[in-house]
Every structure is written in C-alpha cells, then in structure tokens.
Write a protein that binds this ligand. Structure first.
Ligand code: ATP
Ligand code: F6P
Length: 485
C-alpha cells in the first residue's frame, strides 16, 4: 500500500546541458544523506546510455529526430517509474530527478504523475548565459563523459556538445515564464514550487515553497557556490589528555602538541602559499593553542567542540569498559547512534554541525582546527562516507588535510608533520566489520592511495604509508610528510 505523505519530495532539475544540474543534484544528495535523510538520484542520462549504448553524436538530441525523441521520452518515463517505485518503498525522502526537463510538456507530465502518487514536486532550474563558464564546464566534465569515450580529439567533443546545447535551446522553456498554449489546461507553473538559480546564484527566484524540507533545500541552494577555494582541517596538536589516553576534557597541549602548534604556520604556508585563510577553532584550549601561531583571523565555534562523552569524560577507554561494560558493548555495536550517558552521539554531533557545513559552503578559504569526532563528521560530508563508517575514519594527529574539488565531489590530500604523537584511533571491533561490498562506493576511491612525486623540499615517507593503509579507512589520495626540525 502506498503511504500518503507530504515528506516525499521529487527535486526535478531543469536546465540546458552543462548548467551544473548533476553537480547541484549530487550536492543536495550529499547534504541530505549526511543529515540522515533518505535521498537518491535518478539520472535520465544513465537510462539513455543504457538504452543506446553507442552514442553517435549531437543529432540524437535534435527534436526533429523522432526516433531518438521516442527513446528519450521512454527513458524519462522509465526513470520516473523507478523513482516512484523507490518512493513506494520508503516512508519519506527526497529523490533528485536529473534531466534537462526543458519543455513545459515534459514538466507537466512529471508533475502530474508525481501528484497522482502523492509526491511533491520542486523544480530546480539552473539557468546560465555566461558562455565562458559553459565552455569551462564542458572542458571540466564533458570530456570525461561516457558519451565521448571514443572521441580522441577534445575539440570534437566540445563542438559536438555545443551543437547538443543548440538542439535543446530550440525547444527550451524557462520554468514559470510561459504557459501552455491550451487555455483549458490547468497546469500553470506560476502555481508550482520552483527555484531558479540564475548565473550560479547571482539571482535566485523562489516560488511557492510549501514545506520545511523544501525551505532547507532552498537555503542550501542559496549557499553553494563554485568559486575555487581550499578547505583545510587539522586536529589539535597532541594534548596532555591524549598522552594519558583520556577522553574529552579541556586539557592543554603536550610538549609534542606545542611543537606541532609552532610548526603549523610553516606547514600551512607550504600548502596555501600566499593565499589568506580564516581559521575556525572550537572553544576548547587544545584547538585554540594549536591555532595560536597561525597569522590569520580566528573565530571560535562552540559547535566545533569535541563530542561530549558525558559520564565517560575524563576516563580512558579501558576504564569505560570496566565501569560501564554494557555501554561499551552498545557503543561498539552501533557507534554512530550510541549516545554517551549525559553526552552526545555521533548523530547528535552531525546535527549540531549542520550550520557549520552551511557556512563552509558559503565561505572561501577556511582552516578548521577541531577534534577527532567532529572532523570525522565534517569529513564524511565532503567525502560522502556513510554513517556506519563515519565513526571509524582515521584522522591522525599532526596532519593537515586539504580538500580539493573534483567535477562532482572532493578528494582529500594529507600533509603530515614529522612530530611524534600518540594514536587515538580505536579500530572497529572484528565482529562489527562488514565484508566489503562488491560495488565500489565513492569512499573506495580514497583507498586508492597515491604518493606524490618527491619534490625537492619534501620527503615522502614510505614507511608511513603501510601504517596508514592497514587501518579500516584512509581518506587520502596523496600523502606528503614534512620534516620539521
Ligand atoms: P548535462 O545536462 O549534460 O548532464 P549538467 O547541467 O548536469 O549537464 P554538470 O555535468 O553538472 O552539468 O556540469 C558540471 C559543471 O557545472 C561543473 O564544472 C560545475 O562547476 C558547474 N556548475 C555548478 N553549478 C553551476 C551553476 N549553478 N551554473 C553553471 N555551472 C555550474
Ligand atoms: O581520544 C581523543 C578524542 O578526541 C576524545 O576526546 C573523544 O571522546 C574521542 O577522541 C572521539 O573518538 P571515538 O569516537 O573513536 O571514541
């Protein structure tokens, strides 16, 4: 039986090719999944590639090509039916329906089909007339598109793709701007929920937002941008509590940690060159001390404080095991959901970090100096790591991670200082480790460790690598270890 619910939302993307629809859809999906909201992308392009395995060129997208148009319509309906099937299996969630959806006729069909299944539709249009940006987008993502694997000359890809865009332009109708020619037709886009993001957000048009979830998506869409920037993360330097193996607290840095704090400006300047940063720390002594030598503006956020271990604060893991054996076992069974008595769970930390993520999306160059559990949560957002793996992400001390943006996601690079520190990472107990899935997940990419070619001023530490990869989760494609005297 289909459960009627207004919390089922189809975000239907609209836009000419190379307007960032897939990029936007993937970002919304990452954000919602991270918040624990069920979300799935249905990309009509994937259905088309399955239906027509050998792409022959832009003529396929010509609206006068009736045979191809029939296939394109069928693919769109196939994806729509799969989306509705998915909605019938979940209680609530958000689907992203990724296609150009460039005509009112197509959007009306999607809208009415969804309405009949109690799924709310929210159109999200990306409109852009900046030709330089469109060319940049084609260069960035279309040359690696599966459509063009047989093309050896990128100029040909660009030419074919521009002609593809021209075919779409001939039939394109902006969301909300025109109505159907039949005056008796009740479908009117002035009455439907839509967001138009114009020229990457220089202007936003928002129409008839109906629910809290829709307003959250709109707010997220207002904050994302594509200006190149760097985000760096570091845990605080080793603390006195770390040395003693104690959880939580508000201790100062150990002598090793203080050494890391003094060395950090050197490492950050190696990574960033002359680019300016703003540094965000937690309100705890160890992060404030770690950032103290960095010559940038600093802001403290309570939301960046370490997970609150409640009654376990100030204990070692073995004391926790002794004093609260059942709690210890429960945490091991589901570390993400386990809430410390009087404290927090990883899920709680994710929820309190949501404004930080939103602000990070808005900002440009930022360095965050925070804590193991908090950085795991932020990492999981950017690197699309699920909640089961999240609490086991290895984030070593005395290491700066840098995020680099790729076409639709990010990868992390890791720069480590050769200053001793204890290892505070607790491995997942053997009984809770699941066998690896057959299909590669996005985070599998991170296991593909690549070592930088040795640069004159750097030293690559081969012995450091097995140390990193032997653990369950490694988050880097690139390791550089800096010697610091
Ligand atoms: P297609 O219809 O061919 O699938 P698309 O509209 O899905 O194309 P993407 O593949 O998502 O386009 O294009 C990704 C590129 O779009 C990235 O280079 C990204 O920087 C850029 N981009 C992201 N957001 C926007 C935006 N709002 N406007 C224009 N370009 C954007
Ligand atoms: O051990 C250092 C620390 O930052 C503790 O303060 C915190 O409780 C812990 O790491 C979080 O890691 P885990 O969730 O693996 O116990």
């Amino acid at each position: 039986m289909h459960v009627a619910s207004t919390t089922q939302i189809a975000v239907v993307l609209v836009g000419l090719p190379a307007r960032g629809k897939t990029y936007i859809g993937r970002k919304v999906q990452r954000y919602l999944l991270w918040l624990g909201i069920c979300c799935r992308v249905f990309n009509v392009g994937d259905y088309r590639r399955e239906a027509v395995t050998d792409y022959t060129g832009h003529e396929f997208f010509d609206s006068n090509n009736k045979q191809a148009e029939k296939i394109r319509n069928e693919c769109s309906i196939h994806a729509l039916n799969d989306m509705l099937g998915w909605f019938s299996r979940i209680h609530s969630g958000v689907a992203i329906y990724d296609a150009t959806n460039s005509t009112i006729k197509r959007r009306k069909m999607i809208y009415e089909t969804c309405q009949a299944h109690n799924v709310d539709v929210m159109f999200v249009e990306s409109w852009c007339d900046d030709e330089d940006m469109i060319l940049k987008n084609i260069i960035e993502v279309k040359k690696s598109s599966p459509d063009y694997t047989d093309y050896d000359d990128f100029k040909k890809v660009e030419h074919d793709f521009q002609l593809r865009i021209e075919h779409y332009k001939e039939v394109y109708q902006e969301v909300g701007s025109v109505s159907l020619s039949d005056p008796h037709d009740s479908y009117n886009e002035a009455d439907v929920t839509y967001v138009r993001k114009i020229n990457v957000g220089a202007q936003m048009v928002i129409n008839k937002i109906k629910s809290y979830m829709q307003s959250r998506i709109v707010y997220f869409l207002m904050n994302i941008h594509i200006v190149p920037r760097s985000i760096l993360f570091s845990r605080h330097g080793e603390s006195l509590y770390n040395q003693l193996g104690l959880l939580g607290g508000d201790s100062s840095l150990s002598p090793n940690g203080a050494k890391y704090a003094r060395a950090l400006p050197f490492l950050v300047s190696k990574i960033m060159g002359d680019h300016k940063l703003t540094v965000w720390t937690s309100t705890l002594n160890r992060t404030i001390e770690t950032a103290s030598y960095l010559p940038y503006k600093k802001i403290q956020f309570k939301a960046l404080d370490e997970i609150n271990a409640g009654l376990c604060d100030g204990l070692t893991y073995s004391q926790v095991k002794q004093k609260f054996p059942e709690e210890y076992v429960t945490r091991n069974q589901n570390k993400f959901e386990y809430r410390y008595r009087g404290g927090e769970s990883y899920r709680d930390v994710v929820l309190r970090l949501e404004p930080i993520i939103m602000e990070l999306e808005r900002q440009q160059n930022i360095m965050i100096v925070s804590h193991q559990a908090v950085l795991r949560c932020i990492y999981a957002y950017f690197l699309e790591i699920n909640s089961e793996e999240l609490p086991y992400i290895k984030i070593p001390l005395h290491t700066v991670m840098k995020l680099t943006w790729t076409a639709y996601g990010c990868e992390a690079q890791m720069y480590s200082l050769d200053i001793a520190a204890v290892d505070t990472h607790i491995k997942r107990s053997a009984s809770t480790v699941k066998p690896p899935p057959n299909a590669a997940s996005p985070s599998d990419l991170t296991l593909n460790l690549r070592i930088s070619g040795s640069k004159p001023e750097l030293e690559s530490f081969d012995k450091f690598i097995p140390e990193l990869i032997k653990d369950d989760k490694i988050l880097t494609k690139h390791v550089e270890v800096f010697k610091f005297a």
